[in-house]
Design a protein around this ligand. Structure first.
Ligand code: ZN
Length: 509
């Protein structure tokens, strides 16, 4: 009987996985191939799919099945599932069901309608550099997410309910704790780095041929382990990656950046996400548990390959000769040391997505502090530009001259995505914590990277993370792998060692 109940849920889950693939194919096409005039119709096609999928939520059999599996709010994994995989299957369906049925349909519709308008208002406000055009919409968005959070419920802080949407089980108090420690360290490190000579990064801002960048990016992506027989790489305005099916993982990059490293690192970043999606264990094939669900764990993978591997000296010892071969004029007279320093320069800047490894975390902390204060009613939307600028001064020591360089720069709030930002910086912390463990397990780590032999490294990630897909939450993954809860210490040690040898040992100027 219990086996049969689980079989029924697996069947529903496999259908859901197929639906996911179909709608992601449409979204992929929208970002990479679709003519712009087809946008309204594509919107209707996607809505049609969403409506069809949501039918399951009103099917009494689905609810009955979850009841029979023993699911309750106190015990979402129910009483029948035994293995970790079964428990996550049941828990994830119960979570999906409760999150979508607790909220009244009117509120969901109101939010969807409002988000489209708020996004349009944000686009215009950013273009005209006028926050007042976005302000009433953001005020309403904050009101709506507060309403949503109250209905979904939370134990301590209203922000918990929003955070949980993007990172299951994470709380505002836990994020506050780790971010406070990160902030103190990063502000100090930045202060030390500001006082040393970091050399020039002009080499990155020369003209680089897009086709040759594409050749280099593909070679690197393949070497890191991306399987092109089960995946595709293309170009789009905003880089992203997604799984369309068990053997179809796709990602995009862009070559229209002012500096050559932004393009290359966006390729490596998205490859990191895609490797996670390609690496699921056999028993998860064709289910929604294959691939990552925790945004922070996903981000730990992309940032591991982008920063810890891609910005390392060993990586460039291996790849710089090939880069020079493709770009002899641009790199003439630039040694591998010069190049490595150029791609690791630390300098406070206004725009998050272009920030270096050190200041990036501060950009995220700023957003988290503002979001938390906004939903708690401690900061008014009307005051946001001023509060933003004051925080920029406090954390990075610079103030944006215009709001499009400041409070209007990110798309997230325009879509009502409040609670998302912390996952980016949590990803950095997890990546450093995994990296320390990996170095213990793989003593010749540096030599492998210097030789371009990434297979043992990818194998380690597959064993500990990728094969498990989304069977574990971020908190469970980090405990299982390192035996410890989330900690800022490995991240501090990683940055200290990296920037110590890069810039700080030379002494202050
Ligand atoms: Zn990412």
């Amino acid at each position: 009987m219990s086996k049969e109940l689980l079989e029924r849920l697996w069947k529903i889950d496999r259908t859901e996985f197929l639906w996911n693939g179909v709608s992601r194919i449409l979204s992929w096409d929208m970002e990479t191939e679709m003519p712009s005039k087809a946008a309204p119709e594509r919107g209707r096609q996607l809505t049609l799919l969403t409506e069809a999928r949501l039918q399951r939520l009103v099917d009494p059999e689905y609810k009955k099945l979850l009841d029979q599996l023993g699911c309750t709010d106190a015990n979402p994994a129910g009483t029948i599932a035994k293995t970790d995989i079964e428990k996550t299957l049941v828990r994830s369906h119960y979570r999906y069901y409760t999150k979508n049925t607790k909220l009244p349909k009117e509120l969901l519709l109101e939010m969807t309608e409002h988000e489209v308008k708020a996004h349009q208002a944000w686009v215009e406000a950013r273009e005209k550099n006028d926050f007042s055009l976005f302000e009433p919409f953001l005020t309403k968005s904050v009101e709506l997410v507060r309403k949503k959070a109250e209905i979904l419920g939370y134990k301590e802080h209203i922000y918990d309910a929003l955070l949980d949407d993007f990172e299951e089980g994470m709380t505002a108090s836990e994020v506050s704790r780790v971010f406070a420690e990160m902030k103190a360290y990063l502000v100090d490190l930045l202060d030390r780095l500001k006082r040393v000579d970091q050399g020039s990064n002009e080499v990155l801002y020369k003209q680089y041929d897009n086709d040759k960048q594409d050749v280099f990016g593909r070679e690197v992506s393949k070497d890191l382990g991306f399987d092109f027989s089960r995946g595709v790489m293309k170009e789009s305005v905003h880089p992203f990656s997604n799984g369309m099916g068990a053997h179809d993982t796709r990602f995009t990059t862009r070559y229209n950046e002012p500096s050559v490293d932004s393009s290359l690192f966006s390729t490596i970043h998205e490859t990191g996400h895609a490797l996670y999606e390609q690496g699921f264990g056999e028993e998860l094939e064709g289910t929604t548990l294959a691939g990552g669900d925790s945004l922070a764990i996903h981000e730990s993978q992309s940032r591991f390959w982008e920063n810890i591997i891609g910005r390392s000296r060993e990586f460039w010892n291996c790849y710089y000769p090939r880069f020079q071969e493709l770009f002899p004029e641009q790199t003439a007279g630039i040694s591998v040391e010069d190049f490595h320093r150029a791609i690791n320069q630390v300098k406070p800047s206004m725009i998050r997505v272009n920030a270096d490894e050190v200041t990036y975390g501060l950009h995220i902390i700023l957003r988290f502090e503002l979001e938390k204060a906004l939903v708690a009613g401690e900061v008014e939307v009307a005051d946001l530009p001023n509060v933003w600028n004051a925080k920029m001064k406090e954390l990075l020591g610079i103030i944006p001259e215009t709001d499009d360089q400041g409070v209007l720069q990110d798309v997230h709030w325009s879509w009502g995505l409040i609670g998302y930002f912390p996952t980016y910086a949590l990803g950095n912390l997890y990546s450093a914590q995994f990296y320390e463990k990996m170095q213990e397990d793989i003593p010749n780590f540096s030599t492998l990277v210097a030789n371009g032999e990434f297979a043992p490294i990818l194998q380690w990630l597959q064993t500990h993370i990728h094969q498990h897909g989304s069977v574990y939450t971020a908190g469970e993954f980090v405990e299982r792998i390192t035996g410890k809860p989330l900690s800022v210490e490995p991240y501090k040690r990683y940055l200290e060692s990296k920037y110590g040898s890069l810039f700080l040992q030379k002494g202050e100027v």
